[in-house]
Ligand binder design. Structure first.
Ligand SMILES: O=C(O)[C@H](O)COP(=O)(O)O
Length: 212
């Protein structure tokens, strides 16, 4: 029986995460901590005895770098990787590059929280989570899910909000319950799906210290 394995992992800490800047489609790389988070994710997956047949990531460096580091830990650097803009972070529009605390001072906690975590309030000039679902979910349905259902073991390295879009659907969250759903950097979510594409099991892989 196929195990229908789907691992979702948010990239490790990026330079702009460290600086507390809205990032969206901007393209900073990982920090040193981000690199060690990604390696620890790979080591955690290896400890579980997992390996992959297919990998997906976004068009952005921090997600691609995270995936490469994970595959390196697994001894799978030659794996074919599908890259798509559909898995990019939510576009933060005019907020991109602004400091999140400065934004709270300027527009207030509540407004900034709505932009960051509501389902359908887009930041100025950017995408709401609903908009992100509208481009990430078709990609999931057309490319990622068919691979999982064919029996390929699949890993997806992407972003806080593009993965929240997928987790919303997998976990059956609603516009009311999605705002409290947070994804930590470099923490893999290990799903096993049923043949009807619903979730059989979900394991959040606790962070472990990377070995040198
Ligand atoms: O794009 C960003 O700034 C982050 O990757 C996600 O930001 P958020 O947690 O503020 O949505």
């Amino acid at each position: 029986m196929s195990e229908r394995l789907l691992v979702l992992v948010r990239h490790g800490q990026s330079d702009w995460n460290l600086k507390n800047l809205f990032t969206g489609w901007k393209d900073p790389d990982l920090t040193e901590l981000g690199v060690s988070e990604a390696k620890a994710a790979g080591q955690g997956l290896k400890k579980l005895g997992l390996a992959f047949d297919t990998a997906f990531t976004s068009d952005l460096t921090r997600a691609q770098h995270t995936l490469n580091l994970i595959l390196g830990e697994l001894g799978q650097t030659g794996l074919h990787v599908e890259k798509s803009q559909a898995l990019n972070e939510r576009d933060y529009g005019d907020l991109s590059g602004l400091n999140k605390d400065d934004a709270r001072k300027k527009w207030g906690e509540d407004q900034v929280h709505l932009w960051r975590r509501s389902y359908d309030v887009p930041p100025p000039g950017g995408e709401s989570l609903k908009d992100t679902v509208a481009r990430a979910l078709p990609y999931y349905n057309q490319h990622i899910l068919p691979a999982v259902l064919r029996g390929e073991r699949v890993i997806v390295a992407a972003h806080g909000n593009s993965l929240r879009a997928l987790v919303m659907v997998l976990d059956g969250l609603t516009p009311e319950t999605i705002p409290s759903m947070e994804l930590a950097t470099g923490v893999p979510l290990v799903y096993r799906l049923k043949a009807d594409s619903t979730v059989e099991s979900k394991q959040v892989l606790e962070p472990a210290k990377a070995e040198a």
